[in-house]
Design a protein around this ligand. Sequence first.
Ligand code: PCA
Length: 209
Amino acid sequence: MKKALITAFDPFGGETINPALEAVMALPNEIDGIKIIKLELPTVYIKSIDTVISALESECPDILIMVGQAGGRPNVTLERVAINIDDATIPDNEGKRHSDTPIVEGGPVAYFSTLPIKDIIKALHKNEIPAAISDSAGTFVCNHVSYGALHYAAKYLPMLKAGFVHIPFAPKQTLNKPKMPSMSKETVVQGLEVIVTAVVSFSYRNPLP
Ligand code: PCA
């Protein structure tokens, strides 16, 4: 049975929940014949990568989908790329502020997601879930963990399908944020299920000749 490791972060930036964590924890343990392993990550630069790498080593998944909150975005976004820089105005959950700091000293400038992002968008749209490709995962912990995992995979796990997905605020986070877009947990959960199914169909069921 193929395995998908799906990660999400704890709350950060003054929020009391992280909608990515709520949605990931609500996923079933199996989707379309794929075993789902759920993992909470700390919103902490170094620890987040260490936590993902330990799970990659112990679980040996075929698929890694990392999920994070991108407050202000109206849709599910499939990140195309992770870049080799930390640069954020807010601190991580251990109070560390990184400014113009390379994630891997001397590492490649960027890594592309190895998920079939265009096919995933088609599948999400077919299910009427608002979704788009994003060309920047920002320069905070989400981009950091995405770069760290893709860097590790490029070196040690060339067959792993891995990438990052950002999701909007949950409605309950926007009660005092006028005009802020949000997405229900049910829609995000459904979206993640569609993403897993799409990765499997396009990566494993329809191999290129
Ligand atoms: N979103 C943040 C970090 C944790 C999360 O869920 C980000 O986009 O970097």
